[in-house]
Every structure is written in C-alpha cells, then in structure tokens.
Design a protein. Structure first.
Length: 217
C-alpha cells in the first residue's frame, strides 16, 4: 500500500512501521487465475459458438472469473493484503475478461462493434485516469453508477454467453425471441450506464482538480 493518507497529506513524523504484505497472497492468486481465464474464455467462446453445451461451460468460466473478483477484493480488505501488484493487476483482470467477452460477441456478429468499441474506450480510459490520479495521491473511488455498471455488464455478458432459445438457432418469430430480447435490453442498459458513469467520473475528476489547484502543478 502507498504511504499517502486518505487526505492526501504526508506522514513524515510517524513513518509506517507495519510490514507490507507479500505479493504472494490469496487475493493476488485469485487475480492471476482471473487473468488466465481471459484466453480460456475467449477460446471457448470463439471455437464453438453454436454448440449449446460449450456455451454453457463458457458461461461457467466467466461466472467463476467474476466471482474471483468479488472474493479477492473482500479478502484483501478483510486481511489487509492490499498490494501494489493487486492495485494494478485487479482492474486489468476485470477489464480484460469483460473486454474479451465483448470483442468475442462482436467477432461472432452478436453485438455491434460500435457498442464494444465505445465500452472499451470508456473502461480503459477510466482505468488510465485512476492510475494517473493515484500517482498524485488522489483516489478515484467507485461510485454507485460504476458499481451498477459492473453488475449490468456482468449480467449482460452471462445472458449473451448462454445458449438462450432463439439466440442463434431459434425461430425469431416464436416465443423464444423473448430471452434474446431480454439479453439485448440488459446489454443496452449496461451500455448506457457505462457511458453515463464514465462521464460522471470525468466530471468528478474535474471538480477535484478545481478544489485542489496544487494537484495540477
């Protein structure tokens, strides 16, 4: 963990005497597993796109990956195992697995490329912004919009990965179009929330810079 306190000040008079946690800990191992799941998920999705059984197992891989994100964050905070590696690798793993899913859907023609591109620009742009601010001692905390975005994205990707009736092989004129329509609506909501929350982060950053003019120097 960095030596900067939450108020952005320094603590020269009382140096941190607590030993820093090792990078070899459970949260970082879970993050590493999630990173390994990125190519596995991509291969499973793209190699057997029309096989229902493969789509189900591909969904399982994605769900496990998302669950490791929840567990490693809780574990790191609960046992004070936040490390510099985790701060960098954890958001990278999150963006990588969701990005792989969106790119895969676009390659298969199941999701318009413009949706994937705009989401990726927002995700990686905000991640870069977080790193730049962190180097200046400013923490850009996740807001409610960002958390809702993450939840909607995860649900949408699960629905898109599942072999829902009518998704690829069903009759679009039958009742089976309902699951497909529902997955599209969830993805649309995730897209809107992604863009809106991204704008909110940019506005929040601009406000912080106005309140802390010295941070811009």
């Amino acid at each position: 963990m960095s030596g900067t306190n939450e108020a952005g000040g320094t603590e020269a008079a009382h140096p941190d005497t607590q030993p820093k946690p090792s990078n070899w800990n459970v949260p970082n191992v879970l993050t590493g597993i999630r990173i390994l799941f990125v190519p596995l998920y991509g291969w499973m999705l793209l190699s057997h796109p029309d096989d229902p059984t493969w789509r189900i197992w591909t969904t399982v891989v994605f769900i496990i990956g998302i669950l490791t994100d929840t567990v490693d964050g809780w574990w790191a905070r609960r046992y004070n195992l936040v490390t510099s590696f985790g701060k960098i690798a954890d958001p990278f793993a999150d963006k990588a697995i969701t990005g792989m899913a969106l790119v895969g859907f676009s390659i298969l023609g199941e999701l318009p490329w413009i949706v994937t591109i705009l989401i990726l620009i927002r995700e990686w742009g905000i991640t870069l912004l977080r790193f730049l601010l962190l180097r200046r001692g400013i923490v850009l905390a996740a807001n409610k919009g960002g958390k809702a975005k993450t939840l909607l994205q995860s649900v949408a990707i699960v629905l898109y990965t599942l072999p829902l009736p009518g998704y690829v092989w069903g009759d679009p004129l039958s009742w089976s179009v309902i699951p497909e329509l529902f997955s599209w609506l969830v993805m649309a909501a995730a897209f809107v929330m992604t863009i809106v929350s991204g704008i909110d982060y940019v506005v929040s950053t601009a406000r912080m810079n106005r309140k802390q003019p010295e941070a811009r120097a």
